[in-house]
Design a protein around this ligand. Sequence first.
Ligand SMILES: NC(=O)c1ccc[n+]([C@@H]2O[C@H](COP(=O)([O-])OP(=O)(O)OC[C@H]3O[C@@H](n4cnc5c(N)ncnc54)[C@H](O)[C@@H]3O)[C@@H](O)[C@H]2O)c1
Length: 271
Amino acid sequence: MTASTHPNTAPPLADRVALVTGGAKGIGRASCLELLAAGARVFCLDLDENAGTALADETDAPDRFRFLPTDVARAAECEAAVAAALETWGRIDLLVNNAGIQPIDSYVPAHELPEPVWDRILDVNLKAAWLMARAALPAMMSGKRGGVIVNVASVQGLQSMNHVAAYAASKGGLLSLTRQLALDYAAHGIRVVAVNPGTIDTPLVAEAAAAHGLDRTQAEQRAAEAHPLGRMGRPEEIARVIRFLATDDASFLTGESVNIDGGLMAKGAWA
Ligand SMILES: NC(=O)c1ccc[n+]([C@@H]2O[C@H](COP(=O)([O-])OP(=O)(O)OC[C@H]3O[C@@H](n4cnc5c(N)ncnc54)[C@H](O)[C@@H]3O)[C@@H](O)[C@H]2O)c1
């Protein structure tokens, strides 16, 4: 039986401890709020201290929310974040690897991409997911309650567009890592899944649009034309699927990714 068939029972993620990387803004912020609403205790890890502190001030469940300034591309900071969560709440049930970057100077043909830009994108978007999983998995396994890792990949891990070599490679790699971890930790009851957002209304997309000389209206119009549902997605629409994937309602779902893209990946080139 699942929580959803018994609406009067405890919230679906009551008692569970979640780590959300890049949790201070955009999709990560919406995920923190959604997981809190589902009863989880949430450790938000982000580089942006101002945004993280603002979220801590905003939440109506301060006893179940902690912000820790963290660069998840650094192994020692990932280890420290996991140690802090364990010290605070004694367990880890959910890891949302959401932190991701697509810097303005990365929108160039592959032969013009500076090596440091490639390295930073791969470090944040791909290596950090492994670093965080490496740090959190021992606690998940020792708890013997299973666990869930949700990786926030992208439709650009499935299909490509021009001039996003490092970003596309990082997200394709993240989908591969999702399958690999799912296989390796299934015996421990740990599920590993990914989501592939289409264009979602976040600071990352606003910056990318500005870099391409588009104002907000033009960016919205372009997304509306591309996505069959005729608009950009909202961060909450990704967060709600992440919440579902984290609950026992998704108990037989692992090694798979879910497109949350308003139909974008359903479109053929002829559409
Ligand atoms: N917005 C979209 O259209 C879209 C589409 C597909 C996939 N995604 C993916 O969704 C995820 C979230 O994107 P978003 O649009 O919300 O981005 P965003 O830029 O709005 O928010 C990302 C957050 O990650 C944080 N961050 C960046 N580097 C970090 C690091 N090294 N350590 C810790 N925190 C770090 C930032 O400070 C920020 O708070 C990313 O992985 C992105 O690639 C976004």
